[in-house]
Design a protein around this ligand. Sequence first.
Ligand code: 2AM
Ligand code: CA
Length: 242
Amino acid sequence: MAGDLLLRGAAAGRPAARTKSSPADLVTDHDRRSEECVVELLRTYRPDDGILGEEGGERPGRSGVRWVVDPLDGTANFVAGYPAFAVSLAAERAGVVTVGVVHDPCRGETFAAIRGRGATCDGRALAASRVDRLAQALISTGFSSDAEVRDRQAACAARVVRRVRDLRSSGSAALDLCWVAAGRLDGYYEADLRPWDRAAGVLIAQEAGAWVGGAAGPPDDALTLACAPAVAEELRALVGPE
Ligand code: 2AM
Ligand code: CA
């Protein structure tokens, strides 16, 4: 339902956008309306769960389950009509993500994972890439809306692009992580993400057999990395903290 709302919004022409923390950090009425749609459904089917939404903040619950919601991941793409945006939902218990769902309304694909039970796209099991050489790897990354962080990311991307088959940037962290899960990408890394950008996609990539990690241990706001296991050490050395 939230995906249909976004698809109709994109088809209706260039949606009006306001800036948040920087000129590159955008929000539209559709971000808010998509979140309202997701929250209404969660309130109906899971009334006792808490919700953390990118647009609406924290809504406490009492069941011990909290949903982490990005109602529109890839807002800059959505505004431009570039077909790479998604709705991302993750359920966590005691801070551990147990369920992740990412819906891509443009391709009509829904990625899902339950911890310990694998990852699927529209019900079909997913398997991450087994590529074993960075020189053969198609890697994706994304850029922060913060100009100073971007400078560091551009320098890092210059190092990476010399070593890999090619470098992409979709503008949707959630979709990039799902495409690692599907083996369409051999790896993805990005600095400066927030929990709602990565929560569902990280579980989906992990459950599909990708290596996932961050600057020190699990993915965190400083670094999210998901890739074919055999290239993880080399890629992490290239994009991780110096
Ligand atoms: P968004 O579209 O929901 O903002 C692109 O590099 C990725 O980074 C997207 O997933 C985008 O999510 C995210 N992103 C961009 N600016 C961000 C910000 N200020 N805070 C959190 N995530 C951001
Ligand atoms: Ca968003």
